[in-house]
Design a protein around this ligand. Sequence first.
Ligand code: BCO
Length: 549
Amino acid sequence: PLTLDDFEAINRCERTLPKNFNFAGDVLDQWSQKEKTGERPASPALWWVNGKGDEVKWSFGELSSLSRKAANVLTKPCGLQRGDRVAVILPRIPEWWLLNVACMRTGLVFMPGTTQLTAKDILYRLRASKAKCIVASEEVAPAVESIAPDCPNLMTKLLVSLHSRKGWLSFQELFQSASEEHSCVKTGSQEPMAIYFTSGTTGSPKMAQHSHSSLGIGYTLCGRYKMRYLKSSDIIWNMSDTGWIKAAIGSVFFSWIRGACVFVHQMAQFDTDTFLDTLTTYPITTLCSAPTVYRMLVQKDLKRYKFKKLRHCLTGGEPLNPEVLEQWKAQTGLELYEGYGQTEVGIICANQKGQEIKPGSMGKGILPYDVQIIDENGSILPPGKEGEIALRLKSTRPFCFFSEYVDEPEKTAATMRGNFYVTGDRGVMDSDGYFWFVGRADDVIISSGYRIGPFEVESALIEHPAVIESAVVSSPDPTRGEVVKAFVVLSAPFKSSNPEKLTLELQDHVKKSTAPYKYPRKVEFVQELPKTITGKIKRNALRDQEWGR
Ligand code: BCO
């Protein structure tokens, strides 16, 4: 079996990528063996609570045997075969981890989605991916049922619930009778493993596809800066929703490569008091959360809380303000280490332990990446000059990159500029090699750690009879960093409507049409939108106005 040193050597390009790799067979099952021989502390691999008294603790041995049963559910009654795509829309419940590992074991392509997705979002995802199966919880089931007849490739609907439902296979029932005997598929290192839907300026979300090695080897070590904070005796609580790649990195790959315990608190909704109580109740050693969460937490009197075991605090997904870092440290005595990355390439910059933290900077580039600031021609800019944050590619594409945007070769190609992969983010590198985030190079909005495409929100707004046209841009917000703002031109019958009432109606409409996290938290009614002479809406003019530029 591969050791952590082998993983490091592969990332440093000192060792070639193995022909075959499977995180379940090559990593998780090894921890299960180590448990038997006492080479790993007796803490669980997964520790799940829901604040209502329910608790699940699985050792690696249990994770191994239970995920084999789940694998048999997927291949036998669900009839799925290696390479088939499976949409998994589940809240933070233990079955999400089981099904994730079961997909690895069977070579199925795992496509997670947040439970905030609406029927329209799910329809798009199922049709674009030609998914053969959807796994969902009860809260999502009605939305799935409303669109399933329009998804010709969908063979199976698998429900994770204590109750059965007409038209669905019951995971719980099938799981009870499934065998524990299953041989892990010998997946190729570069074989597709997962697809993440990611938003851009135009069109619907793209399908960023990852391989068994990009996530299972690359992301474990792209997150290596985090691993310095993690040993097998650690307990890590990574807050991210199961739909985002941050859940895969923080709650699967970089935690389990080190044999650490993944802690999960399934909260009905995010709440700072419950969050802080969790840190005082459970022996969590490592916390990873979006900057928005820390911004919310520093509003509280944190000195009142005595965290049980917390030692390391990590953050990422959006820029962290220096004031929050300082307030967090002043109130808790703990440093806050920011990392920067994206779905396509994982973590690429980070404030690493042992390095000076420059508040407001996202740290230095991390191996195996060569991070640079480049101009529009693909030339490297000197320190202090603003440009696009990019990754230099050597002769071959790094294995830890996403493989492609599925079915969109032109969009995959558009990420390249000369010898560089461009992130779409603008930044500056200082003379010490620290990177400073400036903003997006395109119209994408990063709010509370969510990547939101303006087109998706504009498309939802235009469905409402009050809206003739709209332009959606980012607007500053003290808690969420930035929020979605919609400039709306009203149709004649709505011009005299009460603006507050209409704002609420439009917000509610967007929340029903597409995932609610995208709804415009600010709405402004305007007579007309700024346009170019060819009639294209100038979102940048509105954005500059919002940011006082
Ligand atoms: O704030 P509001 O109450 O006005 O609106 C909230 C919800 O109430 C609402 N909503 C949710 N479900 C709904 C609904 N409304 C109607 N019907 C429903 N079914 O929609 C809004 C959702 O906003 P939210 O998700 O931000 O909610 P909340 O509770 O304020 O959560 C705060 C955070 C900070 C916990 C949350 O924003 C969060 O988890 N952010 C982090 C996102 C993240 O993990 N990003 C990482 C992406 S991966 C990456 O960056 C790659 C790095 C390598």
